[in-house]
Design a binder for this molecule. Sequence first.
Ligand SMILES: Nc1ncnc2c1ncn2[C@@H]1O[C@H](COP(=O)(O)OP(=O)(O)OP(=O)(O)O)[C@@H](O)[C@H]1O
Length: 247
Amino acid sequence: MLEARELTVRFGGLTAVDAVSATLEVGELVGIIGPNGAGKTTFFNAVSGVLAPTSGRLLLEGEDLTGQGPHRFAQHGLARTFQTPRVFADMTVASNVNFGLQFAGRRHRAQDVPWALRDVASILGVIGLQKQAAMPASAITPSQQRLLEIGMALATRPRLLLLDEVAAGLTEGEIEAMASLIRRLRDELGLTVVWIEHAVRTLLRHVERVLVLHQGRKIADGLPSEVVRNAEVIEAYLGDEMAEAGG
Ligand SMILES: Nc1ncnc2c1ncn2[C@@H]1O[C@H](COP(=O)(O)OP(=O)(O)OP(=O)(O)O)[C@@H](O)[C@H]1O
């Protein structure tokens, strides 16, 4: 689905992403973890065309899109969310989803569109916001706004979905519900999903592979059960997380 080769992003003297290579297979559910400032969001910005990498190459479905803008990545079926949800506050929940659908339309023949993403009502069903359809986006809760942003991304009928801290600020119960939704997007809609999250224990229970970034470098890439035993990962990140969780 996606291949990053030695991807590097520099901001002046700071190397935010440092020669990261990674491959995503179609249908994988992959997590990205790492301390604050590790380069996770910058990696997403680079692999979605929001930022041009300083060096390295990016291939989506085998096509080299290095240096192209976000619309080219979207044409290849990539959709993403942002750390701070970007919804249209004055528009209704349904209109926000409909906005996403405007971008999807022409790319797909009707028979290629997953049944669950066929229209606004079905997408609201996937994210569980049917009852809020007529409410302005400003009137729903912050956790519902996160769901709505996922709905807007789904409306573009993606094949690859990048989720940036969609569980931030949610309660334990809401985080579990979010994790279940993410699983369903992969299991039932067949999407390839990459999920950045600081709720590490939840993330590790749900993803099948995890990449760990630290100071811009990829320091681990493997099964959650392997990564939690990796000495460099414990040193850089999990030690602090575990100490905060009371060991
Ligand atoms: N536009 C920018 N200009 C300059 N520096 C930036 C920019 N964006 C990010 N950085 C820096 O790049 C580094 C990586 O930031 P990034 O946001 O990618 O980390 P992160 O792993 O997503 O962190 P967090 O978990 O806190 O969201 C940080 O040192 C950050 O300050």
